[in-house]
Each structure stands twice: as C-alpha cells, then as structure tokens.
Ligand binder design. Structure first.
Ligand SMILES: Cc1cc2nc3c(=O)[nH]c(=O)nc-3n(C[C@H](O)[C@H](O)[C@H](O)COP(=O)(O)OP(=O)(O)OC[C@H]3O[C@@H](n4cnc5c(N)ncnc54)[C@H](O)[C@@H]3O)c2cc1C
Length: 368
C-alpha cells in the first residue's frame, strides 16, 4: 500500500488526508499542535470549495451546518449600498451560494474523515526522496504533503531562494457574537468591516485596518470600537455586545511570489504553504481544499503542479489587488473607487457574479 505523510492538520492537510485515504493510500497526519482546535471565527466556503468537498462526502454536512446568506453586498461606511449580491442568483449560476460556518465546524467534519492525527509532532524536515524527520523519529513516505501553512518550513527548504511572505500593511480582527443581520462588507478609507450571519443566530464579524506589523493591544475590542465608531448599523451595536475575550487579531501576510512548482521529488506543497493569499476573496481555505482533492486524483506530482499553479496564481493576485483597494485612504481616491464600484453595481447581480466565474465555476477532477 502506498504511504503518504501529511504535514499539518489545518483545513488543507485534513482535506488531503481524507481524499488520499479515500483513494486507498495509508495516511499519517503529523501536527505540531496539541489539538486541532483552529484559530479563527467564521469561514466562507464558496461554491468551488463545496464542489471539491462533495468529492470526499463533506459537502452536504457543510451545507447543513452553514447559514444561507440571502442578499448582501458592499456598502460604504455610512451604509450606502455600492453593489448587491444575491445568494439565489449564485445558487442558480453555480449550484450553491457561498456559505458561512464556524471554522471549528468544518475542521471537525474533515477530521471525522481522517483515520488518525499524530498531535504534538513537529516536523523538522522533509526531503525530496520522502524522508520526514520529526521530533519523535524518522518516517519514509511515497508522498509527503506539505500542508504546514504560510510559514512552511518545507517550502523554505525546497525553494530557499523564494522570498518570504510579505506583510499586506493591514491587520485583521475576527469574532463571533449573538444576533442576526443582513450580510455585508463595508469599505471605509482604509478599513473594512464584514458582518456575516451564521446559523443558530450567531454573527461572524471581521474587520481590517492599516497598522504596523506585529502590533497587539491589551483591549482589541476597545480599539475596534474606536476605529468603527460612527459606522452604519449594526456595526457599533454588534461591537457593544461582543465578548472582548473572543476577538482574534491576525496580521495579514501573503506570498508575493509563488514557488515555480508546487512539488519537488516526492513532496507536494498545498494550501497556504504553496500560495498564501490575503483573505479578501475568501479563497485561501477554498483553494487549499481544491488542491487537496486535485492532488488525490492526479496521476503524478507534475500534473498536480501543472493544474494548481496556473489556477491559484491569478486568485492570489486578485486577492492582493482587492487588499490594496480596500486600504486606500486618500478621500479623492476612495471616492473614485466607490463611484466605480457603484457604477459596476448598477449593472446588476448577474454581471457582478459573472466576474466570479473564473473562481467559482471550477470543476473537481471527478464528480461523486
Ligand atoms: C482573517 C482571515 C480570514 C480568512 N477567511 C477565509 C474565508 O472566509 N474563506 C477561506 O477560504 N479562507 C479564509 N482565510 C484563509 C484561510 O484561513 C487559510 O488559507 C487556510 O486556513 C489555510 O489552510 P492550510 O491548511 O493551508 O494552513 P493552516 O491552517 O495554517 O494549517 C497549517 C497546519 O500545519 C501545522 N504545522 C505547521 N508547521 C508544522 C510542522 N513543522 N510540523 C507539524 N505541523 C506543522 C500548523 O500547526 C497548522 O495546524 C482567512 C484568513 C484570514 C487570516
């Protein structure tokens, strides 16, 4: 039986382990953390990711746990709608709308499909010939899946000349609070605030704003409340009822230059290890899931790289472009940006959706 070692039990690693097990591989998952409890709050799963999850039987359980979003869109900080989206139109066009759920819920569903995870196991190195050295000993594998995240030490060892991830100039905050709301993402002059309903009367809130890297505050919620004071309803009220202990702050980094291939010898790079992107398109985990399913169904690693490098490169670039647009602060530039989005928004939801075809209409290598 062929043996795969998967490094990292994030969404990418777990999906790869599930897909490879389904294909008859013996799989060992190595995770340095003591638990797979993820850092994060909500997570958007787009139609392309749901189609990939269907291949491993996790699409429907995700749909069941997720909230159907209804209509939403992009707003200004005063609440004026610039463009609208429609979940019904997305469902008609792609078979599913984008759905939102707790990050821990999708991690739990994926873990159920994985035979076992060796927690508390740090991978120190993995070589092209399939030798993996860990804090607990050495393993030999026919395939090593490097799903070890944005700071991947395996990527660094395989592609030492590749520049490190770059700070996007903004930090992010995420939290979950009680309540219901219409989904929206509001853009100010440098800041963004997203309000996304989850199932069971919960709201996933997220925000980004320019900040020096590595910052932290003793009271992140107080900072958020100050930053977004005067923004439209329900933002201030939502922050008022948020538990300060639940606010997670993460600086946003991305890979400006992707590796020349997503494999070397017997090692495949996957997820953020291969193509860490800013979160503006909500595609980082979705692309990790696509990678994983593609990897399990491609005949060899050259075919995997050939499929995934051209697929993810424009998505990383597009996410970065949106990150730049949302961090503009000059009022004239912000006004012009909002006018442009407003004009495009007048073309209607179908025109807006069509722009997402290249991302959302992706087909997995097999349909269940
Ligand atoms: C604010 C924010 C919001 C986001 N929102 C969305 C969204 O709505 N939708 C979406 O699709 N994406 C979103 N993303 C992106 C998404 O979170 C990531 O792309 C995704 O989690 C990457 O998964 P991964 O499995 O590749 O890496 P990770 O989740 O980083 O997992 C890597 C795992 O490897 C382990 N590991 C690392 N090194 C080693 C080692 N040496 N030995 C053993 N284990 C190791 C780590 O402990 C970790 O468990 C968002 C990101 C941010 C920052």
């Amino acid at each position: 039986m062929r043996h795969a070692v998967v490094v990292g039990a994030g969404i990418g690693g777990l999906t790869a382990a599930a897909a490879l097990s389904q294909r008859g591989w013996a799989v060992t998952v190595l995770e340095r953390a003591a638990s797979i409890e993820p850092v994060g709050a909500g997570l958007a799963m787009a139609p392309n990711a749901l189609r990939a999850l269907d291949v491993i039987g996790v699409g429907d359980p995700v749909r069941k746990l997720a909230a159907f979003q209804g209509s939403g869109g992009i707003r200004t900080k005063s609440g004026k709608w610039l463009s609208r989206t429609s979940a019904e139109a997305a469902e008609q066009r792609y078979g599913d709308p984008t759905v939102l759920l707790h990050r821990a819920e999708i991690v739990g569903l994926l873990a159920e499909k994985v035979p076992g995870i060796e927690l508390g196991t740090l991978v120190e190195s993995a070589s092209e010939d399939g030798v993996v050295v860990t804090s607990k000993g050495e393993l030999r594998a026919d395939l090593v899946v490097a799903a070890d995240g944005i700071r991947s030490r395996i990527r660094q060892a395989l592609f030492p000349a590749l520049p490190a991830p770059v700070y996007a100039g903004v930090t992010s905050w995420r939290f979950i609070a009680d309540g219901t709301a219409q989904p929206s993402e509001s853009w100010g002059d440098g800041q963004v605030f997203g309000v996304m309903p989850l199932a069971r009367k919960k709201i996933y809130g997220y925000a980004t704003a320019p900040a020096p890297p590595g910052g932290a505050s003793p009271d992140e919620l107080a900072d958020l409340t100050r930053l977004f004071a005067g923004w439209h309803d329900p933002i201030p009220a939502l922050l008022d009822r948020t538990d300060p202990a639940k606010v997670i702050r993460t600086d946003i980094h991305s890979l400006e230059t992707l590796p020349p291939a997503f494999h070397r010898g017997k090692v495949a790079l996957l997820g953020d290890a291969a193509h860490a992107m800013t979160p503006n398109l909500g595609q980082g985990a979705c692309q990790a899931i696509e990678d994983a399913v593609t990897l399990a169904y491609t005949p060899d690693l050259s075919a995997y790289s050939a499929a995934r490098l051209p697929r993810t490169t424009p998505i990383v670039k597009r996410s970065r472009t949106i990150a730049r647009m949302t961090s503009w602060r000059n009022p004239v530039v912000v006004g012009a940006r909002n006018t442009m989005i407003g004009l495009a928004g007048r073309l209607g939801t179908t025109a807006a959706l069509r722009q997402m075809d290249a991302v959302f209409a992706w087909e997995p290598p097999v349909r269940p």
